[in-house]
Design a protein around this ligand. Structure first.
Ligand code: ATR
Length: 284
């Protein structure tokens, strides 16, 4: 446990709700292992109080805040500066308070990039399959574009919704979920970004057709509960390397913590936080 004293730097999370968050577990484990004097707390902030929360955090000398649903967009007008990638994504999940001002970042994208590397998935100059077009897909698509993929083949239930978000991106081709036939010709890295298959409704997959999975070389599914989604299982049965979203959750927190403190998180701390996170998520 952290010993709180007069010099403890306060970090936290704002969201609505925040009761089920795993972020305190990750951030406080990192502090413990690396011997940093930080304490990370959840703050339940209602929609109409986001501006007050940011101003209040600045006034209290809070060093950093994560931002979760539904405030990732609505927090943006109240920040003094926004990192370029977060601006492009149109969502902030990390706010760093420094020198009397505050700056917003998006570590969902950074965490995803780190997970891609750890998984050994090479996407540069490749065609990459993305399934889904919600908030998570948005961060993933921008991360992939920043890694110079050749193109993104994006499949979503609602083409209209996907067009609204990605319609202006020349390297993002949008199709309905069943539109892969005739489009996929070889093997592709794939990122599953829908909420389909999330516990407790685990026996569903956004795409069920076995033939689709013959085209999938590797998968990161952003879902981490269950540890193996039906999408992952089907891909695995066709020889794909599969990864769930727990590492992304861990790495976005690690990237945030590094922004909060300005120091690199040790490998030991990442490992310990990952172990505790897995125990907390999959204990049942
Ligand atoms: P998040 O912010 O977590 O990404 P979201 O913005 O609600 O969540 O997006 C959820 C994604 O899951 C979307 O791609 C959604 O498809 P639509 O854009 O067509 O709504 C997809 N999704 C959710 N339920 C689905 C279902 N039953 N079948 C197929 N796709 C589904």
């Amino acid at each position: 446990m952290i010993d709180i004293d007069g010099k403890t730097a306060v970090l936290g999370l704002i969201g609505n709700p925040v009761e089920h968050t795993l972020s305190p577990l990750i951030h406080n484990t990192i502090a413990e292992v690396d011997g940093n004097n930080t304490a990370y707390l959840p703050f339940h902030v209602y929609d109409e109080n986001v501006e007050m929360a940011i101003r209040g955090a600045g006034a209290l000398g809070i060093k950093g805040l994560n931002v979760t649903v539904p405030h990732k967009k609505s927090v943006m007008p109240f920040l003094d500066d926004i990192d370029e990638l977060a601006e492009k994504i149109g969502a902030v999940n990390t706010v760093v308070f420094r020198d009397g001002g505050c700056k917003g970042y998006n570590t969902d994208a950074l965490g995803f990039i780190r997970e891609l590397k750890e998984a050994g998935m090479c996407v540069e100059d490749r065609s990459v399959v993305v399934v889904g077009a919600g908030g998570a897909a948005n961060a993933v698509v921008h991360a992939l574009l920043s890694l110079n993929v050749r193109e993104i083949l994006l499949f979503n239930r609602s083409v209209e919704k996907a067009e609204k978000i990605f319609g202006d991106f020349k390297d993002v081709k949008i199709y309905p979920l069943e539109g892969w036939k005739g489009v996929l010709t070889g093997k592709y890295p794939c990122i599953q970004c829908t909420s389909v298959g999330l516990a407790p409704k685990v026996e569903v997959s956004p795409i069920e057709d076995e033939e689709f999975f013959e085209h999938i070389e590797s998968v990161i599914d952003i879902i981490y509960r269950p540890a193996e989604t039906k999408f992952m299982r089907l891909a695995g049965e066709h020889g794909a390397k599969v990864f769930n979203g727990l590492s992304m959750l861990l790495y976005q927190a690690v990237e945030s913590y590094q922004l909060f403190t300005g120091e690199k998180v040790s490998d030991d701390a990442v490992k310990k936080a990952g172990k505790r996170l897995a125990e907390a998520v999959w204990k049942n």
